[in-house]
Design a protein around this ligand. Structure first.
Ligand SMILES: [Zn+2]
Length: 419
């Protein structure tokens, strides 16, 4: 089998950054050490070599909305962002609520995806929030269940669903949003919303549903995961539930960590669900990441067509893209500014994700699959959405200068992206 040596790079290996070489044979890492030279040499001088990233929250829009994104274009965007594993959210048409539909999605992934894609099943039939899917049949076929895109208003659905997942490996993944408090709002309740006459979203809409779901998971002693946390009240609630021993994990997006309502412009690229919070939220989210209340970074990559994002804050659809800018944005705003160690960021985008789900890790070690990202940390670029491989072009970081260019992404020994 063909061998390749990644030579002279700075490698994130066993929780430290060390100058060592890596030999890959076929799909696997076969050696890690000094002065290795076997097969083809890939010179990685001045480059960072890290476990490839894992995305727990992306919308690849297929089946049903292929004009926004397909599994193929989504996987290309992911590979460009340094990801080799992606969990795909099920707000699709048809919604993946049966084994047959999940199998069909897996077939498309097999055929079209450059990387490993994991379809999630819905929690309820047709994602309508009313009747549970067949958990007994699906729980061994998917990593998790989610009605992402909407909160589940009916407490009994969460109770019954979590009861059925007791002891299972697959996880209930909750988008928390109490619709009575959302009240058809478009941005976070704020002076900005008042001043510019945008309908406000009460931040408790997220927190109250999160608290209800965590309470049920705690009582049933079942795993639960909370998506894209955006409000300080939710961070504080998770902190309390974790202290009590609730098996909850949570994610946050780069845009909620980096941007606030102070950054808002009346442009669709600032409209997402949940909406951007204020500086107090931002502070709590960041501290939550540092103290482990929030487990990892997820992008909530949610592409739409240019037309669908052209209606400003009031009329654009919710959702922005994120896979192609996530590492560079996090690196530029937090690591380069010395607010966060590089090692932590690398864990937040890979190891800590695989720790939360029944998914193989991408850690660099002998015997593991070679799923690796090679990054030039010194190189900068200006975010230009016309260069995105995603069909979605609505990025909150458009025009920003970011550091950290993904040079190559390797999935199971194969180069799936090369700059
Ligand atoms: Zn969501």
């Amino acid at each position: 089998m063909n061998k390749t040596t990644l030579k002279n790079g700075l490698v994130y290996y066993q929780s430290s950054l060390v100058e060592i070489d890596i030999v890959i044979e076929g799909s696997k890492i076969i050696k890690v050490g000094s002065n290795l030279e076997e097969g083809k040499i890939m010179d990685c001088t001045n480059k960072l070599i890290a476990p490839a990233f894992i995305e727990a929250h992306a919308h690849f829009r297929e089946p049903g909305f292929e004009y926004k994104e397909t599994i193929k274009t989504g996987s290309m965007a992911a590979a460009k962002g340094g990801y080799t594993k992606v969990m795909m959210m099920p707000n699709l048409n048809p919604a993946p609520d049966t084994l047959n539909k999940i199998k069909k999605m897996k077939e498309i992934c097999q055929k079209d995806s450059l990387i490993e894609c994991y379809p999630l099943a819905t929690i309820t039939k047709k994602r309508l929030g009313k009747t549970l899917v067949n958990f007994a049949i699906l729980k061994d076929e998917v990593i998790g269940f989610s009605d992402d895109g909407s909160g589940i208003q009916n407490s009994k659905i969460i109770y019954d669903g979590l009861s059925k997942l007791k002891g299972a490996k697959s996880v209930m993944i909750c988008h928390c949003e109490d619709l009575t408090l959302v009240n058809e709002g478009v941005i976070r309740e704020s002076d900005y919303a008042k001043l510019h006459h945008h309908r406000p979203i009460n931040p408790l809409s997220e927190t109250l549903e999160a608290i209800r779901n965590m309470e049920i998971a705690y009582v049933l002693n079942t795993r639960i995961h909370l998506c894209h946390i955006s409000s300080r009240y939710t961070v504080w609630a998770i902190q309390q539930f974790k202290k009590m021993g609730c098996k909850v994990s949570a994610e946050v997006t780069p845009h909620h960590l980096i941007c606030t309502i102070c950054d808002l412009e009346n442009d669709g690229r600032f409209k997402m669900n949940p909406p951007l919070g204020d500086e107090e939220d931002q502070k709590a989210l960041f501290n939550g990441v540092l103290d482990g209340t929030i487990d990892f970074i997820a992008t909530d990559h949610a592409p739409h067509s240019v037309l669908e994002k052209s209606g400003g804050l009031d009329h654009s659809l919710f959702g922005i893209v994120g896979l192609e800018t996530s590492f560079a944005a996090m690196y530029t705003y937090f690591v380069k500014t010395k607010k966060m160690p590089l090692e932590l960021l690398l864990d937040l985008m890979s190891k800590k994700v695989s720790d939360c789900f029944p998914i193989k890790d991408s850690q660099i070690r002998v015997g593991n699959e070679a799923s690796i990202v090679i990054i030039d940390l010194e190189q900068k670029f200006i975010v230009d959405s016309s260069e995105f491989l995603s069909k979605g072009k609505s990025s909150i970081f458009e025009g920003k200068t970011l550091y950290g260019v993904i040079e190559k992404t390797i999935s199971k020994g194969e180069i799936v992206y090369e700059k």
